[in-house]
Design a protein around this ligand. Structure first.
Ligand code: MAN
Length: 352
């Protein structure tokens, strides 16, 4: 068994640490953070999920952004309304609809947190990126950060009535940012960009979802400018009977090692449990898999991981490499943030 150590202060960030973005909101999750090293500090771009505070009179009030004006609107649903299914804590379904959901129960934005020791984070009071357009009206989620030549590219899922797309933003100082548009259209999420060009092209892992047949699996795509992506190919599939049998998606942006690109990804098993494992990809040809975890490197087993808003989830989105050690920041059960650390060599030794 490999030596991956959870931080004894886990969860290192919880809802209680985060100031709501408005007086009417409460924070119900701070999770799935992208991570970067910036000027000697560790910066997390966290997904902060919020909902209206007064939700107790048999009604549920859902925050939604108007795609035209960017104003906050409220959708009010009666919990007795039997057209809807309220049983999933994350989403509201319409019983007669073939769609996965009609609304989310909360709205997410991206918030920054900074730390010098990697464990104690100072969380900004205000959102960094807030939903504002028609693709983002149900919220923006699961940011991942890739540094390329001093620019920090942030991919995130934009959720709306039109589905889930992946958008790109860039910052050079974690103060201001520029949105660069949608780089993968619906439905595609879990997009991580490699930190350098390989044979003259950028690469990204992504996770389209087919409506007709097949499990959600990891694809690899190429680009000359980070904005236009093509040559889409399947990289890795689900494995029946394994810990990653139902769906898989990229986790952290790939890390270059002397044996190849290390990708830590999430896999879902037939119990709906989310665990983390590794893929090792050819350094010159990242569409070629060299090795893959037989067993998860991290699975939900601590009390704080088996409970939570949507239980039994460990969901890595960012990692920072320091002195040949990888500090992995992962979302815990759509609720809080955990840290786990391992020597790169230890992780690689599990991969044959
Ligand atoms: C899934 C979960 C939720 C998320 C929605 C939309 O249901 O990952 O947390 O809000 O998808 O992306």
């Amino acid at each position: 068994m490999m030596n991956i150590k959870r931080c004894k202060f886990n969860p290192i960030v919880t809802c209680k640490d985060v100031v709501p973005s408005s007086r009417d909101f409460e924070v119900i999750g701070a999770f799935n953070p992208g991570a970067a090293l910036y000027k000697g500090e560790i910066v997390l771009a966290m997904r902060v999920a919020e909902r209206f505070k007064d939700n107790n009179d048999g009604h549920i009030k859902i925050p939604v952004i108007d795609g035209q004006s960017a104003a906050l609107k409220t959708v009010d649903l009666d919990k007795e309304d039997d057209r809807y299914d309220f049983s999933d804590s994350r989403v509201i379904k319409e019983k007669d609809s073939c769609c996965d959901f009609v609304y989310l129960t909360s709205m997410s934005h991206v918030r920054l947190a900074r730390s010098t020791d990697g464990v104690n984070f100072k969380i900004e009071d205000k959102p960094f990126i807030f939903p504002e357009n028609r693709y983002e009206s149900f919220g923006i989620e699961d940011p991942r950060i890739t540094e390329i030549d001093g620019s920090y590219f942030i991919t995130y899922s934009s959720v709306s009535q039109y589905g889930i797309v992946t958008s790109l933003a860039v910052t050079s100082d974690f103060k201001d940012y520029k949105k660069l548009g949608n780089i993968f259209e619906t439905e595609n999420k879990d997009v991580v960009i490699f930190p350098e060009k390989i044979n003259g092209r950028y690469f990204a892992l992504n996770r389209p979802v087919s409506k007709s047949t097949g499990d959600p699996v990891i694809w690899i795509s190429e680009s000359y400018d980070l904005l236009h992506w093509g040559n889409h190919r399947i990289l890795a599939c689900t494995r029946k009977g394994h810990w990653d049998s139902e769906k898989i998606g990229a986790g952290i942006p790939p890390v270059k090692t002397d044996r190849g690109w290390l990708e830590l990804y999430h896999g879902v098993d037939d119990q709906g449990h989310y665990s983390m494992g590794a893929l090792l990809l050819d350094v010159n040809c990242p569409s070629r898999i060299i090795a893959r975890s037989e067993k998860p490197l991290l699975d939900p087993r601590m009390d704080y991981e088996t409970g939570g808003f949507f239980s039994n989830v460990v969901f890595p989105c960012g990692a920072v490499k320091k002195h040949e050690k990888l500090y992995i920041y992962y979302g815990i059960s759509d609720n809080s943030i955990g840290l786990a650390a391992a020597a790169l060599e230890d992780i690689l030794s599990t991969l044959g």
